[in-house]
Design a protein around this ligand. Structure first.
Ligand code: NDP
Ligand code: 8X3
Length: 260
């Protein structure tokens, strides 16, 4: 498929790694102007340099923590004029922390997941969508998860945050009825990124074990689906895309026949 995203401004949160970085590469290749956001500025800078070299992509770095409502609001408000007119917001920043049963969960892990995956997504939406309404144009893509469909042991708080993303996506579409603004919730299964390394706080062996003996999705597989959603004709709203590896059937049913 071929897409023309020239003159379209896309804000990607969580662009420093995994799915967000893959979106930046693919959208950059099709000519989009990119606002790259995450906490790790050096990663964003390296990505921006690479995009500039590969596709002459125009980029603007927006280093911030989505958990900080004030920073999100001030950063979006302070965008220079041409960048302020955001056509597509990809609410991708998110994480899981730990895999503890609810009865012995770590409160700080819960705060971080809820503050990032739910409140951070809301802060960004609240800051960006009024401009879309004013301009009568825009598309919000939220990154949900298979975790909204299947609760798994030790994952209940993370699963709850992704259930919230599903509900918030539906609710935003409802609240925007009567405008041309579109809303999409992407729900991936296992994608091999830094996700498990972050969940297990740097325990790389435990992280690798999540994808053992199976073929996980790649960040590019998810970027492909986002490109599909945002490139449909204006009257078509792709509300949900649920994408899993062929080797996965539910949150916990995974075929690991290829032992490595
Ligand atoms: P990664 O860990 O590779 O990327 C997560 C991104 O989120 C990073 O760029 C990170 O940047 C950013 N981020 C995390 N916390 C914050 C914060 N407080 N403020 C700003 N940015 C933040 O994981 P993925 O690419 O896999 O994850 C992307 C999204 O996809 C997440 O929402 C995740 O829940 C979801 N998802 C992932 C799946 C998987 O199997 N990997 C499956 C289904 C959904 P930095 O640390 O620089 O701030
Ligand atoms: C991330 C994938 O397996 O933790 O959403 O649900 S999983």
């Amino acid at each position: 498929m071929s897409f023309d995203l020239s003159n379209r401004t896309v804000l990607i949160t969580g662009a420093s790694s995994g799915i967000g970085a893959a979106c930046a590469q693919q959208l950059g290749a099709y000519g989009a102007r990119l606002i790259l956001s995450a906490r790790r500025k050096e990663k964003l800078q390296a990505l921006a340099d690479d995009l500039e070299q590969s596709y002459e992509t125009q980029t603007l770095l927006l280093p911030l923590d989505v958990q900080n409502a004030e920073d999100v609001s001030v950063s979006i408000e302070g965008l220079p004029k041409p960048w302020k007119e955001i056509d597509v917001l990809i609410n991708n920043a998110g994480l899981s922390r730990g895999l503890d049963p609810q009865q012995s969960g770590v409160l700080q892990d819960w705060e971080e997941m809820i503050d990032t995956n739910v409140k951070g997504l809301l802060y960004m939406t609240r800051a960006v969508v009024p401009g879309m309404v004013e301009r009568q144009a825009g598309h919000v893509v939220n990154i949900g998860s298979i975790a909204a469909r299947y609760t798994y042991p030790g994952g209940s708080v993370y699963c709850a945050t992704k259930s919230a993303v599903k509900v918030l996506s539906e609710g935003l579409k409802i609240d925007l009825l009567g405008t041309p603004i579109r809303v999409t919730n992407i729900e991936p299964g296992l994608v091999e990124t830094e996700f498990s390394n972050v969940r297990f706080k740097g325990d790389t062996d435990r992280a690798k074990n999540v994808y053992r003996g199976m073929k996980a999705l790649t960040p590019d597989d998810i970027a492909d689906s986002i490109l599909f959603a945002i490139s449909r004709p204006a009257h078509v709203n792709i509300s949900e895309l649920y994408i899993i590896p062929t080797d996965q059937s539910s949150g916990t049913l995974i075929d690991r026949r290829v032992e490595s």
